[in-house]
Ligand binder design. Structure first.
Ligand code: G16
Length: 545
């Protein structure tokens, strides 16, 4: 049985990870995230929290030390729930309480959480740990281990892994291996096997090789892709760039950089029409792109990934002839053209939720097949238990050849997709398989619909929490007058839309705008950023056009 908490030991260990007095951190879009040097106490305390959570749900819990797309100097922590989901929202409050308790209140806070969350302290506890390649991550993950040890929990340290790999491990462990083997080898084998089964059926398979250039953001993706390379079939040749040996993590490269700046990453030379993609710092996001013959850059973001996957799955579901209902979940950042295409042309219901994978994941669970993607390239597909069982059964027993074959393809898609969370490696293989099976070039994929010109900007304000939003973040409720101002600005342009929201991972306010031309979009985005600067307490120089 798990050890009871010894308050003297807690005090002693906590003193080794002291909280800077007065420092308050908010649980953000994906856990705590800030400058690495402010996080030692948070990591220790999240080690404590993971044990409490593990005892409360009698399952293994995951902790990932990463700040994903943020600059190298930052760090952060993501907590993983039993089936690989993000930490349940009801526990975010406990996480915040624990992270912000002053040294002398720590013991009391732990006891308080145990009471509120009905934690049975006598239960066993187990935690899986992973970390990204940031220089600060190793030390911070040792602080996590200190927290775990104080409360007498078991742990397994996976060391350097991608965030989605850790989610996968946790899910494997808690499903007693049903989801897969909880090892890196198990992960590589599961995905590569499903991928091979899929592309076997593609036209010209065995003869042609597919080349893909990958910008690894100078992060963990490079390490894990090179480990995976020997498992991949010869049909897919991956070429790794920005592998972290020379340059800084996420600096002028990576999925976030490419999406926000709508230009290629540094360090990857692109020939016309070559298919390229970028991972982010912890390999849970992916975007594709190419350059045409005129040198024009084309971004294929999360919305186009969701569309490609939806088209493919819809065709297969029609073939198997079952009433399996599919829906797509997006956020306010989704390009207006993507939503229109999905609803009007593909005739798939679309739902809009707040930013953050936790919100998309939750909504997607309502459907037989829920495709969710953020425009920034973070997403996956969820299959309900019932849909999965039905598909696996049809793949085995269906007499009609065409139906059975379609069910088999769906079954392999289920095996290839990381259903626990968005996963750049898994998403990449899903996309490569679909393109191969449908015989689509990157240009043809891009041409499914035309994006409305769009722009993402950031503005710094003294306190970003003065902005409160509603309607899945599409309208600002405070500060007074801001939404009215945005409405008036949006009216000046055609096909226009704009919204603002405080980031949950960086100390900025994010601005999104789209309109009929890039010029108008940029003008609108700039005007909205000035409105934020003036009405929401702008810091530093006013935004420049
Ligand atoms: C995290 C979340 C994503 C979110 C992104 C930006 O991504 O997991 O869901 O879209 O932050 O969030 P915000 O606009 O609130 O800063 P990552 O890849 O950095 O973990």
């Amino acid at each position: 049985a798990g050890a009871e908490m010894d308050s003297e030991t807690l005090k002693k260990y906590s003193a080794l990870h002291p909280k800077p007095p007065g420092l308050t951190l908010q649980y953000g879009t994906a856990g705590f995230r800030t400058k690495a040097e402010q996080l030692d106490h948070v990591m220790f305390r999240m080690g404590l929290l993971a044990i409490l959570r593990s005892k409360a749900v009698a399952s293994t819990i995951g902790i990932m030390v990463t700040a994903s797309h943020n600059p190298e100097e930052d760090n952060g922590v993501k907590l993983v729930d039993p089936l690989g989901e993000m930490l349940h929202p009801s526990w975010e409050e406990y996480a915040t309480q624990l992270a912000n308790a002053e040294e002398q209140e720590l013991q009391e806070t732990v006891t308080d959480i145990c009471e509120k969350a009905a934690v049975n302290q006598h239960k066993d506890a187990s935690v899986f740990i992973g970390r990204d390649t940031r220089p600060s991550s190793e030390k911070l993950s040792r602080s996590v281990i200190d927290g775990i040890s104080v409360l007498g929990g078991q742990y397994h340290d996976y060391g350097l892994v991608t965030t989605p790999q850790l989610h996968y491990m946790v899910c494997c462990q808690n499903t007693q291996g049903q989801y897969g083997k909880a090892t890196l080898e198990g992960y590589y084998e599961k995905l590569s096997k499903a991928f091979m089964e899929l592309i076997k059926k593609s036209p010209g398979s065995g003869e042609s090789q597919r080349h893909l250039k990958i910008d690894c953001a100078n992060g963990i993706g490079a390490l894990k892709l090179s480990e995976m390379q020997p498992y991949l079939p010869q049909e897919l040749l991956i070429h790794l760039y920005n592998d972290g040996t020379k340059e800084k993590l996420n600096y002028l490269c990576g999925a976030d950089f490419v999406k926000v700046h709508q230009k290629p990453p540094r360090g990857l030379d692109m020939k016309p029409n070559e298919r390229c993609c970028s991972f982010d710092g912890d390999a849970d996001r992916i975007v594709y792109y190419y350059k045409d013959e005129t040198g024009h850059f084309h971004l294929i973001d999360g919305d186009k990934i969701a569309t490609l996957i939806s088209i493919f799955l819809k065709e297969l579901l029609a073939k198997v002839g079952q009433t399996i209902k599919m829906a797509v979940v997006q956020t306010a950042y989704a390009n207006g053209s993507s939503t229109r295409y999905l609803e009007e042309t593909l005739k798939v219901p679309v739902h809009c939720v707040k930013t953050g994978v936790k919100h998309l994941h939750h909504k997607a669970q309502e459907f037989d097949v829920g495709v969710y993607f953020e425009a920034n390239g973070h997403g996956t597909v969820l299959f309900s238990k019932a849909a999965e069982t039905k598909i696996r059964q049809l793949a085995k027993e269906e007499k009609d050849d065409e139906k059975r074959e379609a069910a088999k393809v769906l079954e392999n898609m289920i095996n290839l997709i990381n259903q626990t969370v968005g996963d750049a490696i898994s998403d990449m293989l899903v996309i490569e398989a679909i393109l191969a099976l449908k015989g689509l070039s990157v240009q043809q994929w891009d041409a499914i619909y035309t994006d409305l010109p769009n722009r993402l900007l950031k503005v710094q304000v003294t306190d970003r929490q003065v902005i409160d939003t509603t309607d899945a973040e599409r309208r600002a409720v405070t500060p007074p007058g801001l939404q009215e101002k945005i409405d008036a600005l949006v009216k000046k342009y055609k096909l226009s839309r704009a919204f603002v929201r405080p980031s949950g991972t960086e100390d900025v306010v994010r601005i999104y705008a789209e309109a009929d031309t890039q010029e108008n979009t940029d003008a609108l985005a700039h005007e909205v950023s000035l409105a934020v600067y003036h009405l929401a307490g702008g810091r530093g120089e006013p935004p420049q056009p």
